[in-house]
Design a protein around this ligand. Structure first.
Ligand code: 6PG
Length: 244
């Protein structure tokens, strides 16, 4: 299949192998950033796909990078309290940040319990204060079956935001939590590295559009100034023989 994608694509047979390849690249990215800057800023993805990665980073990979020098952020958050089962912060704390015993001062969660526009404005200020040169060192993203990424949903006005780095959005009626706060394309595109993790056959159609180069999906509109790496498992990879 034609692959006009300018990005790097890393293929893995399954989610475990994919997560291990990502863990190695995350550790290398963090180690390099800390070596040159003394710190590293990482935006975590929500959803289910990265949870195995998070548990690996806190477990088998806990000694592979100076995690205590990382400042942790999120690509998006559902507007719920931080203990809510739908909270991306709660999921990442349980799988990664708690087990790593990360200092709370290094964790910049989006205040999901606040009014969305207020939480977005506050997060925007934190980003402008904490990001070295206004850039994330690493952003982890996923994609939905509709091609959304973070909480940038198809057709959303947030996709046209050019100034603010974080905005409040309302997702579709299919979502368990419709009110969200999300990073916007300007700050995603300033990133030094973006890793997009895609696993499962239900994501194959999105990847097919992306790999064929004519995708208008939000996930295809992330064009970081730095590295863009897609990590895909065999079920999601449309290039494999027999892929439906
Ligand atoms: C979220 C995520 C979202 C996620 C995709 C994929 O808050 O849900 O930020 O963008 O990455 O919806 O989710 P899964 O990994 O659960 O398929």
């Amino acid at each position: 299949m034609a692959q006009p994608l300018a990005a790097e694509v890393v293929a893995a047979p399954d989610l475990d192998a994919l997560s291990r390849l990502v863990a190695e690249r995350v550790a290398a990215t963090v180690t390099a950033a800390v070596a040159t800057q003394g710190r590293c800023t990482v935006a975590l993805s929500g959803g289910q796909t990265p949870l195995h990665l998070y548990r690996l980073l806190a477990g088998e990979y806990r000694h592979t990078a100076p995690w205590n020098r990382v400042e942790w952020f999120w690509g998006d958050e559902r507007c719920v309290p931080p203990v809510h089962p739908e909270s991306n912060y709660a999921a990442a704390w349980a799988a990664l940040l708690g087990p790593l015993r990360v200092s709370s001062g290094m964790v910049h969660r989006i205040a999901g319990e606040q009014e969305p526009a207020v939480a977005a404005a506050a997060y925007d200020l934190v980003l402008r204060d904490r990001l070295t040169g206004g850039r994330f060192d690493l952003v982890l993203l996923g994609t939905g079956t509709d091609g959304h990424t973070a909480s940038l949903f198809p057709g959303s006005a947030a996709l046209d935001e050019r100034e603010r780095w974080a905005v409040a959005v309302t997702g579709g009626a299919d979502l368990a939590v419709r009110q969200r706060v999300t990073l916007t394309l300007p700050v995603l595109d300033r990133a030094r590295a973006v890793f997009i993790l895609v696993a499962g056959g239900d994501k194959r159609a999105v990847l097919r559009r992306v790999f064929e180069g004519h995708a208008t999906d939000p996930v295809a509109r992330v064009h970081p100034e730095g590295a863009l790496v897609w990590f895909v498992d065999a079920e999601a990879d449309p290039r494999l023989a027999g892929a439906g």
